[in-house]
Each structure stands twice: as structure tokens, then as C-alpha cells.
Design a protein around this ligand. Structure first.
Ligand code: ADP
Ligand code: MG
Length: 256
């Protein structure tokens, strides 16, 4: 069958990929969270990462940035290690993974996203403040600039992190469930911002849990459950067969 043929595990990227993952395994304790992943993330696409809870989706995103110990394999970002190209990558962490108790306001959170770009010797100034405000405005939060981050709703906190990623003016946006807990209007706002970035040639990589909207919002999918199940254009890869394989009982066989 045509469909089966084209939904092979590593459907070839049509174009250049600036994030290349080879042989990647990540083990936190004894069991691997990711096992032997080979993956190219094509430039200029809206890419969804899908898979059940605990599948290793967040781990995959973190591994690109070296935020988790890599047990085996390699990740390259624009042909180099992430640390050499960190300015080209913006990250929106999964909500709940951030400690909201520290005393800082929304504007600070956005500005802090710029430190990596400026270097540690550059203190924030009126220019960075204006840029941060502009980005808060883009996500509809200019009225909340001075609100303590812990005092914002979950959806508003998400938007602050999206604004922070925008301020970084990166090439690749790694986002861990940025639509989680946001209302329908916010979802639309965030998606149209991301769509504009994609039109500028940026790459959006988003962990996404709503399978109903995958084909509407994205043009590329990465299906993961500890192993890479499939990756490629939505039309070819996002099939029932691959969904069944992704959401079946956690794959343990490959290591035991
Ligand atoms: P997902 O984002 O797909 O829900 P994660 O990448 O967060 O999955 O987690 C994958 C697996 O790794 C899970 O079994 C999780 O419990 C485990 N895990 C994640 N982070 C840690 C950590 N810091 N220490 C130990 N185990 C972890
Ligand atoms: Mg996660």
C-alpha cells in the first residue's frame, strides 16, 4: 500500500535540517526515556511532537539543548553543538516544570530571555525593555508587564514564555506544550504568531497533546514512544497505524 511505504520510520526530509539527532539515548535512572533516536527536524516547518505521557517528548526537546544527560548519541544544531548555537534556539518549557515562586514580574521573565543573546556583561536597558514590552504586547499581555509571574493564570504564564521566546528572535522555537491550559482565543493568538514565524522561515517544534488538531496546525510530525515510531509530513505519516503503534503499551521490548 502506498501509504505504508511512505510512512516508513524515517521519511526523508524534503529540505535542509538544522537539528540532526543521531543514535540518541537518554537514561535518567535505570530505564531509558529515549532509545536510539535518529531524527532530522526540517527547517521552516511547523513540527508536532506527539506521544503518550512519559513517552520522552519533553526529554527529546531537552536533549537538543543538552538539558538532560545524553547516554549515547549526538545532537547537532546548525552543524555544531547546541552550546555554540544557543542564540539560534528559543525554548518554552512545559508548564509545571518552572518554579513560579521566585519574585519576578512578567517583563523580567521576557527580558531574561535576552541575556543569552546579550552576554552577561550587558545589563538590560531601555532597548531590551522596549523589545520585551513589544513581545508581551504581541501575546496580549502588555497590561500585565509588572504582574508577579506567580500571580498570573496558567494560560497567561504560558503566554509570557511565548513572548520570551519571541524576544529571542531565534531560528528554531522549541516549545513544550505551549497550548496546554490556554483558552481558545489564546490558542489562536499563539498559533497565528507561530505561523508568522514559520512564514519567515523559522522552525517551530512543539510538543502537542491534542491529536484532533495535529493535521490542522502542523505540517510535520514526530511520533515518539521511547523509540521514534515515525516522522515525516503529516499527510504521509500521521496514520492510524502509526498512532496505534505510538499509543500502544509503552515499548519496553527493545531493551529487555
Ligand atoms: P513526556 O514529556 O513525553 O510526558 P518525559 O520526557 O517528561 O515524557 O519523561 C520520559 C520518562 O522519563 C518518564 O518515564 C519520566 O518519568 C522520566 N523522567 C523525566 N524526567 C526525569 C528526571 N529528571 N529524572 C528521572 N526520570 C525522569
Ligand atoms: Mg512532557
Amino acid at each position: 500500500m502506498m501509504e505504508q511505504k511512505s510512512s516508513e520510520k524515517n521519511s526523508r526530509a524534503e529540505k535542509k535540517s538544522s537539528v540532526i539527532i543521531r543514535n540518541l539515548s537518554v537514561t535518567y535512572r535505570t530505564e531509558p526515556a529515549l532509545w536510539n533516536i535518529d531524527l532530522d527536524l526540517p527547517d521552516g516547518k511547523m513540527i508536532a511532537i506527539v506521544g503518550p505521557n512519559g513517552a520522552g517528548k519533553s526529554t527529546l526537546i531537552k536533549a537538543v539543548m543538552g538539558l538532560v544527560p545524553i547516554t549515547a548519541g549526538k545532537v547537532s544544531v546548525f552543524g555544531k553543538s547546541y552550546s555554540k548555537n544557543r542564540n539560534k534556539v528559543a525554548y518554552v518549557p512545559q508548564r509545571g516544570s518552572v518554579d513560579w515562586d521566585f519574585p519576578t514580574d512578567a517583563l523580567d521573565v521576557v527580558e531574561m530571555g535576552l541575556y543569552g543573546k546579550l552576554g552577561w556583561f550587558h545589563r538590560p536597558n531601555s532597548k531590551t525593555r522596549d523589545l520585551a514590552l513589544e513581545c508581551l504586547d504581541k501575546v496580549g499581555l502588555s497590561d500585565y508587564a509588572e504582574r508577579q509571574i506567580g500571580e498570573l493564570s496558567g494560560g497567561q504564564q504560558q503566554r509570557v514564555f511565548v513572548a520570551r521566546a519571541l524576544a529571542q528572535n531565534a531560528q528554531i522555537y522549541l516549545m513544550d506544550e505551549p497550548l496546554n491550559g490556554v483558552d481558545a482565543i489564546t490558542e489562536k493568538t499563539i498559533l497565528s504568531i507561530l505561523e508568522n514565524l514559520r512564514k519567515e522561515g523559522k522552525t517551530i517544534v512543539m510538543v502537542h497533546h491534542d491529536l484532533q488538531t495535529v493535521d490542522k496546525y502542523f505540517d510535520w510530525v514526530v511520533m515518539v514512544n521511547r523509540n521514534l515510531i515515525a516522522t515525516g509530513p503529516i499527510k504521509e505519516v500521521f496514520t492510524k497505524t502509526n498512532l496505534d503503534r505510538t499509543y500502544q503499551e509503552k515499548q519496553r521490548m527493545s531493551i529487555q
